[in-house]
Design a protein around this ligand. Structure first.
Ligand SMILES: C/C(=C\CNc1ncnc2c1ncn2[C@@H]1O[C@H](COP(=O)(O)O)[C@@H](O)[C@H]1O)CO
Length: 256
């Protein structure tokens, strides 16, 4: 006799199932018994489902640590900028002026322009935040970070830069800086974030990139001419801070 179909099939458990399940999977064990019977091993911590728990915990930790920071601006720029250089001093001044304007400063917590912006914010007695990232080589948070949060995953960290800031100031940088800049530009372009000023400091550095977007991307119809309005160029920290504070950050500061 063939096996009856439907709910009385011997292959189907009568117990309620949780999460995803496969028809015909072994029945007779419970989540409790599998947990308690499994021999101790660390192998399972390297599986993708377990990684999801770690990823989730990064979001929880980030949300928890940053929920109360108040108005903030994220500052990006090269990890390789050396103290004493023009771009480093610009970063210090950007950090200081942002604090004077009433906002916290968020950076990647690393060296170079991140360190510079944290230094300016810290020395101005402001909230100087570093969102550190685990890298293959030992790095550590720069000494000017007052509130630090460490991340394993770039994507979780990048969520925090946008979620807890009301605008970006971008100093000259390399691939990491461009990655952060273009992600923010796409979020504005696709209306995932609104009222989000993105200010690029040092027009001599950024103009060739802006010209390429205009002359090649816009020209070939790959972006709209209006997309160029997503970014603003500044030549001084004073100008950059004024432009970024003209957005939602300024409204929040004014509202107290
Ligand atoms: C390569 C060096 C240090 C790397 N340390 C970093 N620590 C924290 N955040 C970093 C680091 N490197 C890149 N980032 C992120 O990307 C942006 C800078 O990248 P770029 O390629 O240098 O432009 C920065 O905003 C960070 O968020 C040298 O010692």
């Amino acid at each position: 006799m063939s096996a009856p179909t439907g709910s009385s099939s011997p292959l189907r458990s009568k117990k309620p199932r949780f999460g995803s399940w496969r028809k015909g999977a072994a029945v007779g064990s419970t989540a409790d018994s599998r947990l308690l019977d499994t021999p101790p091993s660390s192998d399972f911590t390297h599986t993708d489902p377990w990684r999801v728990m770690r990823i989730q915990s990064e979001f929880v930790q980030g949300f928890d640590s940053l929920a109360e920071i108040g108005p903030a601006i994220s500052v990006f720029g090269s990890a390789r900028t050396k103290p004493g250089t023009r771009h480093y001093e610009m970063g210090v001044e950007v950090g200081r002026r942002l604090v004077e304007a009433g906002v916290a400063v968020i950076t990647g917590g690393g060296p170079g322009s991140m360190e510079a912006a944290n230094k300016g914010a810290f020395e101005a007695d402001g909230l100087s935040i570093g969102l550190g990232i685990e890298l293959p080589f030992e790095q550590g948070m720069n000494q000017w970070v007052g509130l630090g949060v460490d991340f394993r995953y770039f994507f979780a960290r990048k969520t925090m830069f946008v979620k807890y800031a009301q605008g970006f100031v971008v100093l000259p940088g390399g691939l990491g800086t461009l990655d952060e800049l273009f992600e923010a530009m796409v979020l504005v372009q696709t209306s995932k974030v609104t009222q989000f000023p993105i200010v690029l400091v040092d027009s001599a550095f950024w103009s060739p990139l802006v010209a390429w977007i205009k002359d090649t991307m816009v020209e070939q119809g790959l972006v709209s001419p209006g997309d160029l309005d997503i970014i603003a160029l500044a030549d001084t920290p004073e100008e950059a801070v004024a432009l970024v504070m003209a957005g939602e950050a300024g409204n929040k500061v004014a509202a107290g």
